[in-house]
Design a protein around this ligand. Structure first.
Ligand SMILES: Cc1cc2nc3c(=O)[nH]c(=O)nc-3n(C[C@H](O)[C@H](O)[C@H](O)COP(=O)(O)O)c2cc1C
Length: 243
């Protein structure tokens, strides 16, 4: 059993996304899975050129020579594949979007119609990993996730019936605050990390994540006012120092 997460934050190993992925993979590992986190920022991933060579001239094979062929192999040999990104410009990072676009060789060119009138492309490969998604935002509240939620709805309408977990973590910048600095927050974050471990463990052992665990993953870490006050104070001090 292999669980791989593709981390689309430009901050790589220093990202809040990494702070979320770490415990989840730890739980999966405890359940016996082989785990891997790939920092996309460290990879050579060029933009899709839109040439459709992967659909026409060389079906299933991209014309661009970079790290994507190996990353697709890694994706396909995984049983569970996670895509993680901070919310950037109300959506995902360019890094993850490039990665996602470059999965085009895994789709076939013909257009099919769903019962609900929407359209989709069938997959090319027989065995595709189950998917999970991890989003984290710098804002408190929920509206930051509207576009990525809509993206996932369309992915699912397009036939993806293999999405096992969606994590929408707001107040993302609070995750890096050391537990001892703010004990009440530290306790919440520690509960959040426990829920992540449980999610990873459940994914591997049950093939799904329980409703209660999903609810805990979306627990409120602090009030919107507290988060705003902390963030604004941080930027007041940082900009004062810069002056
Ligand atoms: C270019 C840029 C755009 C951003 N856009 C948003 C946004 O639209 N909504 C939001 O809630 N946070 C936004 N953020 C904040 C990040 O989502 C937040 O800092 C996140 O916790 C970073 O996660 P990471 O450490 O995994 O990269 C943006 C940050 C950057 C650098």
């Amino acid at each position: 059993m292999k669980v791989t997460v593709f981390n689309g934050s430009p901050r790589g190993g220093k990202s809040n996304s990494h702070l979320i992925i770490g415990p989840l993979l730890e739980g999966a590992k405890q359940a016996g899975a082989e785990t891997e986190e790939v920092f996309l920022i460290e990879k050579d991933i060029k933009h899709c050129r839109g040439c459709f060579t992967c659909w026409g001239k060389t079906p299933g094979k991209c014309a661009i020579k970079d790290d994507m062929a190996d990353l697709i192999d890694l994706l396909l040999e995984s049983d569970y594949a996670g895509l993680a990104t901070p919310v950037y410009g109300m959506y995902m990072t360019g890094l993850l979007k490039d990665f996602y676009d470059r999965l085009l060789p895994l789709a076939t060119p013909h257009i099919h119609r769903n019962d609900d009138g929407s359209f989709y492309h069938k997959g090319r490969v027989k065995r595709f990993p189950r998917l999970f998604f991890i989003f984290n935002s710098g804002f408190p509240g929920e509206h930051n996730f509207d576009l990525v939620r809509a993206f996932l709805e369309l992915v699912k309408r397009g036939g993806a019936d293999n999405v096992v977990l969606e994590v929408y973590r707001n107040c993302g910048e609070a995750l890096g605050i050391p537990d001892d600095d703010e004990p009440a927050l530290g306790q919440k974050i520690s509960q959040f990390r426990d829920a992540l471990k449980r999610a990873g463990w459940e994914m591997v052992t049950k093939g799904r994540v329980c409703k209660e665990t999903v609810e805990q993953l979306h627990m409120k870490l602090m009030s919107d006012e507290e988060y705003m006050a902390g963030a604004n104070k941080y930027w007041d001090e940082a900009t004062e120092e810069a002056e």
